[in-house]
Structures are given as C-alpha cells and as structure tokens.
Design a protein around this ligand. Structure first.
Ligand SMILES: NC(=O)c1ccc[n+]([C@@H]2O[C@H](COP(=O)([O-])OP(=O)(O)OC[C@H]3O[C@@H](n4cnc5c(N)ncnc54)[C@H](OP(=O)(O)O)[C@@H]3O)[C@@H](O)[C@H]2O)c1
Length: 420
C-alpha cells in the first residue's frame, strides 16, 4: 500500500498502515502494536526496487565503469553556519573507482539527518568535522547513510560482488559523499541489506537503530524496566521507544502535546508534555521512580529533571550531553571543554556517590549493528519516514531546511531510484 503525504509519495512506514497491510482491519490499540506484528516476515517491494533487481550485475558494472561523471549534491565553498541549505548545488563530479579494499555502491537511498548538516558547517559536537580546502576542484559532498547495490569491488574484496544489496555501518568518525549516484566505501563498513528492509527504510533506520540499541546496551536495561525517553518524537527517540517496548519495558515518552498521538502509535505507555510540565516532578510526584531516563534532546534542565525521578540504581543516559542540540553553533574551545568536563565529572561523581549514574554516548555502531538489526527485524521496528524525496536539488534543500528545525518526526530519505 502506498499513501500520499503532503504531495510526496510515502511508503509503508506508518505502523497503522503496516497493520492494515497485514490484517485489512483497523489498526490495533497502540500498545498492542509490537505484539501483533512481531512474527511478521512480510517484504514489501517498491516498483523501482523490482526494476533494479531485474538489472543484471554485469549491466550495473558496465554502467558504472562507463560513467565519466555523476550527479552529486554538495558545495564548492564552505558555507556560513546556518546556511548549509543555501550553499547546496547539484554538481557533476567524476566517480571514484574502488581501491583495493573498497566497494563501489550505486546509491538507492540515503537519509538526511541533522548531524550531517552540523558536520558540513564544522559544528558537529560543537566544533568538528568541518570541510577542508573546499573548492570547485575539491567539492564537499554530503550524506553519510548508504543503501544500494554493489557495482564493482577492489582487488582485495572477496565477500561482496556486483549485484549485492548492501547498507553501510554508520561511521564512528563521520565520513560523507552519499548524496551522489555512486560512492566508494571500505568493505569493513558494509553489511548485506536485510531483505525485509526496503532501501528507503534501511537508509532511514540503520544509524538511529545503532545509536538507540547502543544507548540501551550502555544503560543495561532489563526486561520490564520503567524507562523515560526524552525527545521520544525525534528519530533517535522513536527508535529507543520501540526497542524498549520490544524488551517489554514500561515507557514514558516526553515530547510536546502535539506529538502525543505519534509516540503512542509507536508504543508509549504514558506521555508527559514538556511544554506544560517538568517530567521529573510529574513522575516523582506520582511515586513513579524509573530505572532509566534516555535523553535525546540535551541540556542541564533535562539532566536535573531525570535525577529527580530515577531510582537509586537507575541510569541517566544522554546521547547529546549538557548542551541542547550541540552542533547548532560553533563553540569556543573553553566552552567545548566545559561541556566535556561536565560529562566526565558527572560520570565520575555519580559513580562515587552510589546513586543514579550519569552515562554519555552509546556503544560503537560496529559492535551493536548485528544485534540491533536482529531485534529490529524480529519486532518489525521501523523508522517513520516523513518524506521520501527524489534526488533533486530543490527537494534536498527543502529537507535540509526542515531537519535543522528539529521538528521532523523520523528521517526523510532521498530515493535515488526515482531518478532512474
Ligand atoms: N550520540 C550520537 O551518536 C547521536 C547520533 C545521532 C543524533 N544525535 C543527537 O541526538 C539528538 C536527537 O536527534 P534526532 O534526529 O533524533 O531528533 P530531533 O530532530 O533533534 O528531534 C528531537 C525531538 O525532541 C523533542 N523535543 C524538543 N525539545 C524537547 C524537550 N525540552 N523535551 C522533550 N522533547 C523535546 C522534539 O519533539 P516535539 O516536536 O514533540 O517538541 C523533537 O521531536 C540531536 O541533538 C542529535 O545531534 C546523537
């Protein structure tokens, strides 16, 4: 089933719709969702995926080797902070050929997420990953997630061949160049794409699934724990929420009132509207002390609230830290070191004090990706995809503008197969 959202074709990433596909009845009550779909092995191909499958691997390789230039979205001079969208251009660049340990991939899908934009303006984590020596000869191409088809391999690659469908393991250090027809990527960063995931869903979900599962592993969650997810309506938050429900946890989502029905669809048992109430006070006031608070927003106020409602044995796990949306602006070194010092100090002091613990970050994606994928497929956990857009400059620019508002629910995805 395909529906149209705001004039843009969207696939079956909405939980209600996926249940309709299977049952042809109305959607179940929100909290029954995971149980009902847990045994699903359904595989929904999009028409363009079928077309791609029909292409022989030899044709793909020939097309790639014959291509002197390819389309790519990026910029040729470094943008000012807050002006990445304005600097984007559709460029014609020469595709790289794979080195010894590399695999060349024809992109089928790549998502758009806020940290890519921060990195492009040199403010990731407050001040990192800015483009170096950008020029017409050395353009900066955006895009970190990869879902696509292998078109050629380097001489030392034996585990992949042309025609294989692959996804990239999210990098531990951000690297870019996926908003392009082809990209080369080290073989150690690729895994086969699970059949149950469309390219669009694979591009949308992989990074956030690794972050979410990695954070849950850090927090040492046990079945049935009471957890809070702050920012549950964002991409990372909605993944943490679904993974926690797959572990049969009781989950309180913290988001705006406008996002309540959305987080309930994805399994939230209770919702606290942060625009009206402090979640720490609400939960502690009701005597609902929790085992873990997951913070996907950042800021000292969230940390202070969390420590009001955590059990003595509980964990505060933040994937952002003490500064809201770190990456929005460039921090001076003293400001950056203050943030880092806060994290180190809180991690140390909360362990010495013997009360709830402060934890920052998550396990490395390469250490959790297989477990995360297994859990995700077993419980049919999905990333909501608000927009599936063509590989065109206007659509990508508009999505980049939307993602920096932190108001997108899930991850928008570029579908390169629409341009074939
Ligand atoms: N550690 C890592 O490896 C890693 C990886 C990826 C992302 N991140 C970081 O994780 C953060 C989340 O990114 P994202 O893409 O998932 O989401 P996002 O687009 O930043 O959205 C965050 C959500 O938080 C909600 N929100 C805003 N203020 C809030 C508050 N005071 N209390 C509760 N909820 C609030 C918003 O919900 P409403 O619309 O309902 O207001 C929004 O849906 C970003 O800062 C990103 O940089 C970290």
């Amino acid at each position: 089933m395909v529906s149209t959202l705001t004039g843009i074709t969207a696939g079956s990433d909405d939980p209600k719709e996926r249940n309709l596909q299977k049952n042809s009845t109305s959607a179940p009550p929100a909290n029954h969702y995971l149980k009902i779909v847990a045994s699903s092995t359904a595989h929904f191909y999009k028409p363009n995926e079928r077309k791609n499958m029909a292409n022989s691997s030899t044709d793909l390789k020939k097309q790639f080797m014959a291509a002197d230039t390819m389309d790519a979205i990026g910029f040729t001079s470094s943008p000012k902070i807050g002006e990445v969208a304005e600097s984007l251009r559709m460029l014609q660049v020469a595709p790289r050929r794979p080195e010894k340990d590399e695999v060349a991939v024809k992109l089928a899908a790549s998502s758009i997420h806020v940290d890519e934009i921060y990195a492009a303006q040199g403010t990731a984590l407050g001040r990192f990953y800015g483009p170096k020596n950008v020029s017409v000869e050395n353009p900066y191409i955006l895009g970190s997630s990869v879902s696509g088809t292998v078109v050629a391999v380097g001489s030392a690659v034996t585990n992949f061949q042309a025609g294989d469908e692959v996804i990239a393991i999210p990098y531990e250090q951000m690297q870019f160049a996926s908003w392009a027809s082809y990209r080369c990527i080290g073989k150690k960063w690729l895994i086969p794409k699970p059949d149950q995931l469309s390219h669009v869903q694979a591009a949308a979900v992989t990074m956030a699934a690794c972050v979410a599962w990695g954070a849950i592993k850090f927090a040492k969650i046990e079945q049935g724990d009471h957890c809070v997810v702050v920012g549950a309506s964002g991409a990372i938050g909605v993944m943490i929420l679904q993974f926690l429900k797959s572990l049969e946890c009781h989950v309180t989502a913290v988001c705006s009132g406008a996002s309540e029905s959305f987080v309930r669809e994805y399994g939230a048992d209770e919702v606290v509207d942060y625009t009206k109430n402090e979640f720490g006070e609400v939960l502690a006031g009701n005597g609902h002390y929790c085992d873990a608070v997951f913070d996907c927003v950042g800021g000292r106020d969230i940390e202070i609230n969390a420590f009001k409602c955590l059990k003595k044995s509980g964990t505060f796990e933040t994937v952002v830290g003490p500064r809201r949306y770190i990456g929005e602006e460039k921090l001076s070194w003293p400001a950056f070191l203050k943030v880092m010092w806060h994290i180190i100090w809180r991690m140390g002091i909360t362990r010495l004090n013997g009360g709830p613990k402060y934890t920052f970050g998550e396990k490395y994606p390469r250490l959790v990706i297989h477990d995360a994928m297994e859990q995700l497929l077993k419980y049919d956990i999905r990333m909501p995809v608000p927009k599936i857009i063509p590989f065109e400059i206007e659509a990508v620019t508009e999505s980049v503008r939307a993602v920096v508002t932190h108001r997108e629910k899930g991850r928008s995805v570029i579908d390169f197969t629409r341009n074939d």
